[in-house]
Design a protein around this ligand. Structure first.
Ligand code: KG4
Ligand code: ZN
Length: 350
């Protein structure tokens, strides 16, 4: 016995439709659900935002509206299914951009009403954790999740991905990906800034410039982050070099900035795992694709005896598969459905 779950994601600039199969063996109700990925189609409007250096909400909403139906069709075709094969629909209810969320929620309601199947409004952040089950199987309980993207930077204790996630800390200002995007703009690299900084850093010296590690003082909250001081430090350093008419060593600036971000993220994540006695860490979100972050996390987790799980980059960035995976866990947990008049919640907490 199995059920097909469709996941719809439109919280930012990616229109994602994923399909997952939830196996219902009926053998052991207490066992973690087994979920298989069937399709993961994403249409991104990132190029439309590139010249503005960040996501323009109005442009993103329009792009979702155009991409929604074709992306759904492509996902069904990839899985060799038709819409009538779908047994439940999960959709990102928040957090995210209001106008973007509404497009996905409206589409999900239309599909659920037409098919007469259950509808579940789910949390985007929990989706970033649930997606790992598509790659590495059931999540150990509890596990620690480090979510690092353009919109969020959080440390989460995950007791159950569908029903119990506790925030241990988050950024007090910029998200990690946002810092990458802002620093890229400062040093003259294109948006989104993560991939070009990651590439330039490979040619640079991570110890060339001692950039500050935010929120690491004895009186700072141990699991919160701050990246805006780091971004300002990079800007000040570049200004000083320009005043002296010195050439800017972009690879060294990128490598030193990247080292500061990876150092703080991994240090605090490992400290949280230790504090709560958690043996598994999941890193997800667009910044999880960063080569230095994953290398340093691997090194520090190994030294601390923590199992590290990082989904492949395609699953780390926003997509519909993560919402389908979470939807499967929500269905398996028998949680209540969302009424057809539920609304998106842009500031939805985890
Ligand atoms: O999860 P995501 O696709 O979208 C949300 O923000 O929700 O993450 C996008 C962010 C961008 O800020 C981008 O610069 C960053 O992830 N990113 C990276 C890398 N690839 C993408 N940051 C650092 N290194 C990378 N290789
Ligand atoms: Zn995201």
């Amino acid at each position: 016995m199995s059920r097909i779950i469709m996941g719809i994601e439109t919280s930012c600039d990616e229109t994602g439709v994923g399909l997952a199969r939830l196996f219902e063996d009926g053998a052991d109700d207490a066992a973690e659900p087994r979920v298989e990925l069937l399709a993961d189609e994403v249409a991104s409007s990132v190029e439309l935002h590139a010249r503005y250096g960040g996501v323009v909400p109005e442009v993103a909403s329009r792009a979702h509206l155009e991409a929604m139906a074709p992306t759904t069709r492509r996902a069904l075709a990839t899985a060799g299914l038709s819409l009538s094969d779908v047994d439940a629909i999960a959709v990102t209810a928040g957090p995210g951009l209001a106008g973007s969320l509404l497009v996905g929620v409206a589409a999900a309601k239309a599909y659920a009403a037409a098919l007469d199947v259950p509808l579940y409004g789910v949390n985007h952040l929990a989706g970033h954790v649930a997606v790992d089950t598509l790659e590495h199987g059931p999540l150990p309980k509890p596990c620690l999740a480090l979510l690092v993207s353009g919109g969020h930077t959080q440390l989460l204790r995950v007791d159950d991905v569908a029903t119990k996630i506790t925030e241990l800390g988050s950024t007090v200002d910029d998200a990690a990906g946002e810092a990458y995007d802002k620093v890229a703009r400062i040093v003259g690299l294109p948006y989104p800034g993560g991939p070009p900084i990651d590439k330039a850093a490979k040619e640079g010296d991570p110890e060339a410039i001692a950039f500050p590690r935010g929120m690491t003082g004895p009186r700072d909250a141990p699991f919160d982050f701050s990246f805006s001081g780091l971004k300002t430090a990079v800007a000040r350093w570049i200004e000083a070099a320009e005043r002296q008419s010195e050439p800017i060593p972009v690879p060294d600036v990128c490598a030193s900035f990247q080292e500061a971000v990876a150092d703080v993220l991994t240090m605090k994540a490992v400290a949280a795992a230790r504090e709560y006695g958690i043996g598994t860490m999941v890193i997800s979100g667009g910044v999880a694709a960063n080569s230095r972050l994953s290398a340093l996390a691997r090194e520090r987790c190994e030294a601390a005896g923590i199992e590290l799980r990082v989904p492949r980059p395609r699953l780390c960035t926003d997509n519909g598969a993560m919402i389908a995976a979470l939807g499967a866990h929500v269905v398996a947990a028998d949680l209540p459905t969302s009424p057809l008049d539920f609304s998106a919640t842009p500031a939805l907490p985890v």
